[in-house]
Design a protein around this ligand. Structure first.
Ligand code: CDP
Ligand code: MG
Length: 875
């Protein structure tokens, strides 16, 4: 099957927003490379134990006082009564000793950059300092995080530390939040604050804004810095000053500090050094392609051979995290294997004693294990994978876990003579109550092991980690600036980020970092820093939002690092095609579109359907299109290849059935999406969402997100068009044939720049295999052919013209989210891309006396490749 190979990477495409850090390797941090002959490894040591100190960044730039004196706030002190153990833990944080100086600097300056190693206490403590100094008495303290995980988890932590309720220390992310009228400290994602700037440019409900994790260089944080560099002086002028605090790890601060366009007067810089113990870095001698297997082996070795201390493993995505967690849980079960053969009920009790009840993963694993072991009566066959047991005869001393031996190929066996391993997953899409677990102490007698994506690199500090296992890999979403083709690539991370990962091992005491790649690869292949996100993705939504904020020349906007001109130009061109901009000015449609928290093309679909009595369907479709990975391609469960195949066949049969007939079928993959959501909501109303999702290959968390986004979009519409009547029944009945047709037209209106035309057999070049081009299309802006995906319900129909949601590249270029369209619609819905003739004289124009209008026919072509259009009658 020629297409199936694309599937694995397709489902891997969940976004783990893998932005990386860019540490500035300071003198004190200098590392020494030595070759340890005895053990035949290269060792890199962080030599010095860093003192806890805080200092102005004097060599770089002396603190420059703002031109105008900053009005000093009268000293206020708001009491916070903290629990004793919390206060004790706080006092150990490096940043606490520096409270006074930090607050003085904030009082004397409008803009302060606070740089400090991860774990020094920036995120949890600075909002508390500000609260105690009275910043929340009249207005709110706003804190932005690039990651939702961090916004939720930090708001909880700070509420707990301050002994305040979540009414007072709250969070707001795209789909949810617990903000109230009493909120004093508000954690939010940077995207949320950017939306707020749109409706209240001066951010008048805040007394201070903290932009956290600025080194992650998320697009929204970058833009917020630019905007706030203008908002702060405006608020000062109004006599209602706003403070800006930019918090960052100590990396590439120059992008913020000596950027003349950003801040005329360089902002004050404070550096806090965290207590960092030396971390010994062990490189593998060889770089094994299969880093998952390597990571597993390394974790097994650490747990069987090395002294107590948590393990933190970095891999690239959710699937990798889950599969590694499963393997480790099976290898180091929390109970003795004989217990597995006991009755279900006893097992449940035993599990409940060990785990919190919500951990379905473990539960499922156990059930499966139990079933299989009962059936087979032999435990070694519980899993059919190729991971090996550690070579127990190997007897290396100390912490060198050399990678030189070929590990024997043996089935996965529970290892029961080692310490039980408390293995937890961590990634952005994990439900937050599960994420929270990494902060809790493991059950007595167990060693903590967290398998994480780079979420754990800087946003969250996991306590008690002594060993870091670093795959050195990260998943990046690549995007072609011209064609917009996206692909997920697993690539080496940067040196800066690898060092950041290693640093996680030195929080508690001296630690060890096992790099699953050679020092040669590190030195020769790793980039120094990673590229800021803003230079790596389409900027259409930002461009439009900025235009709506009356930022006329986006090119001149004070970005910390500007996107390149090509990116800005193509975004502008797409917005013009969409009709959101006209001659560089925002149109009425553009304004309407910008109100929606979705991509402009989806916003346009919403704006259009308002006139068509279709709103409930468009809302549902747009929500589903905006959430990632709703329909899975490959079962995530650990099953045999045959079983996987059967499941996939069953899923596609269901999806074909969902697609239906007529206009419904032509709506294609998007019809499947609509039906899937409707059916899932129906299942949910019967209390059967989980089984439904598992049986039909839906990601359950996606279904919940879609529901929330539908509510949110409905609210936006109600607020803007008060007379609108939107049905808010989540269980949407399937659209009628006519509605399906209108939805196809609406999709075309939103995605008119993404039209593709079937490649006919005659077009296939001499000598090429025609069969290969059976599912091939020409996209209007690309040379290379693109293909219908294996899972597309339109594979049987092969319509002449389609629109697609996205092209992504794996082994070939594939179209995702495909809908059939009729060529005669192009002139109506994508006029800006059509080149129309003068009215044709045959047949002659005719006058309709009933309407008083003249009708005539035109011919024309579509798009840059001048595809001929059928003759069109115009009025
Ligand atoms: O922001 P920064 O990286 O400087 O540090 P932080 O996130 O404020 O974390 C300070 C300390 O609080 C770390 O040692 C964390 O492990 C701890 N912490 C925690 O125990 N539980 C949380 N939910 C959050 C942080
Ligand atoms: Mg932080």
């Amino acid at each position: 099957n020629s297409d199936s190979d694309s599937n694995e990477s397709d489902t891997e495409s969940e976004k783990e927003s893998e932005t990386r850090e860019e540490p500035e390797i300071s003198k004190e941090n200098e590392k020494v490379l030595t070759y340890d002959e005895g053990n035949d490894i290269v060792v890199m040591e962080q030599k010095t134990e860093l003192p806890i100190e805080i200092k102005e960044d004097q060599q770089q730039k002396p603190k420059v006082k703002q031109a105008e004196p900053v009005p000093r706030k009268p000293a206020v002190y708001v009491d916070v009564i903290r629990k004793e153990d919390i206060q004790k833990a706080r006092l150990k944080l490096p940043i606490l000793a520096e409270e006074q100086q930090i607050m003085e600097t904030i009082n004397e300056n409008f803009v302060v950059i606070l740089a400090g190693e991860t774990g020094s206490g920036k995120t949890t403590q600075v909002p508390q300092f500000l609260y105690e100094a009275g910043f929340a008495l009249k207005k709110q303290i706003g804190v932005t995080e690039p990651r939702r995980v961090a916004a939720i988890s930090m708001s909880r932590r700070v509420a707990e530390e301050m002994n305040l309720s979540t009414r007072e220390v709250s969070y707001l992310i795209r789909f949810e939040g617990n903000v109230t009228d009493d909120t004093k400290i508000k954690f939010m994602t940077d995207g949320v604050l950017l939306k707020e700037v749109q409706s209240d440019f001066l951010l008048s409900k805040y007394s201070v804004i903290i932009l956290d994790e600025a080194h992650e260089r998320s697009v929204y944080t970058d833009i917020l810095i630019g905007l706030l560099s203008r908002i702060v002086p405006l608020r000062h002028k109004k006599g209602d000053p706003l403070k800006l605090i930019v918090m960052s790890a100590t990396l590439r601060l120059e992008d913020f500090t000596i950027n003349q366009r950003l801040f005329k007067n360089p902002p004050a810089v404070i550096k806090v050094n965290a207590r960092q113990y030396p971390v010994t870095i062990h490189f593998n001698k060889r770089t094994n392609e299969n880093y998952l297997k390597e990571a597993f082996n390394k974790a097994v070795k650490i747990n069987t051979k090395l002294p107590d201390g948590g393990i933190l493993i970095f891999v690239t995505g959710q699937q990798e995290v889950n599969s590694l967690v499963r393997k480790l849980r099976k290898t180091f079960p929390l109970r003795h294997k004989s217990k597995l053969l006991e009755k279900d009920e006893e097992m449940k009790n035993e599990r409940d004693a060990n785990y919190t009840s919500d951990d379905e993963d473990i539960e499922n694993d156990l059930k499966k294990t139990l079933k299989k072991s009962k059936k087979l009566k032999i435990i070694p066959q519980i899993d059919l994978d190729d991971y090996s047991v550690p070579d127990d005869t190997e007897n290396n001393s100390d912490t060198d876990l050399s990678d030189s031996e070929e590990d024997s190929q043996a089935p996965l066996l529970p290892i029961t003579n080692a310490q039980p391993l408390w293995t937890l997953p961590l990634y952005s899409l994990l439900p937050s109550h599960k994420q929270q677990k990494v902060f809790e102490a493991p059950p007595p007698g167990c060693r903590l092991c967290v398998v994480s994506t780079n979420v754990a690199e800087t946003s969250l500090t996991i306590p008690n980690v002594k060993y870091v296992v670093d795959s050195g890999k990260t998943k990046v979403k690549m995007y072609d600036k011209v064609t917009g083709v996206t692909s997920y690539v697993v690539d080496w991370t940067s040196k800066a980020s690898a060092d950041q990962r290693a640093g996680r091992a030195g929080r508690l005491g001296p630690g060890h970092c096992y790099r699953l790649y050679s020092s040669a690869v590190f030195n020769d292949t790793f980039q120094l820093f990673s590229i800021p996100e803003i230079q790596q993705k389409p900027v259409d939504d930002l461009y439009l939002q900025m235009k709506c904020m009356n930022i006329d020349k986006v090119v001149n906007f004070p970005f910390p690092t500007a996107p390149d001109l090509l990116q800005l130009k193509s975004a502008e061109a797409r917005l013009e095609t969409l009709g959101a901009l006209k001659g560089g000015e925002v149109t009425a449609l553009g304004r309407a579109v910008s109100k929606f928290p979705v991509l402009p093309r989806y916003g346009k679909m919403l704006a259009l359907s308002h006139q068509q009595d279709l709103l409930a369907y468009t809302i549902c479709l747009v929500a589903a299109l905006s959430v990632q990975e709703v329909l899975l391609e490959v079962p995530i469960l650990q099953t045999s290849p045959e079983e996987k195949k059967q499941i996939r066949q069953k899923w596609s049969a269901t999806r074909r059935q969902w697609a239906g007939q007529g206009n419904s079928l032509f709506l294609g993959d998007n019809m499947v999406l609509l039906k899937a959501v409707g059916a899932a909501e129906y299942a949910n109303s019967q209390g059967k969402l989980e089984t439904f999702c598992a049986e039909n290959g839906l990601r359950q968390k996606a279904v919940v997100e879609i529901r929330k986004l539908r509510q949110q979009l409905t609210t936006v519409i109600k607020n803007n068009v008060p007379e609108s009547e939107v049905i808010v029944d989540p269980k949407l009945p399937p659209p009628t044939d006519l509605q399906a047709k209108l939805l196809r037209q609406i999709l075309l209106a939103g995605m008119g720049d993404q039209v593709a035309k079937k490649i006919s057999p005659e077009e296939v070049k001499e000598g090429e295999d025609k069969a290969k081009f059976k599912y091939a299309y020409h996209a209007n802006n690309m040379e290379e052919p693109v293909f219908l995906h294996q899972g597309s319900v339109l594979k049987k129909t092969l319509p002449e013209f389609v629109v697609y949601q996205e092209i992504y590249e794996t082994n070939k270029m594939y179209m995702r989210g495909v809908t059939a369209i009729e060529p005669e619609w192009l002139a109506t819905y994508v006029p800006s891309m059509c080149n129309l003739s003068e009215p044709l004289l045959t047949p002659e124009p005719w006058y309709n006396p009933r309407t008083g209008k003249v009708h005539c026919t035109v011919s024309g072509t579509f798009g840059p490749q001048a595809w001929p259009l059928p003759n069109i009658e115009i009025v």
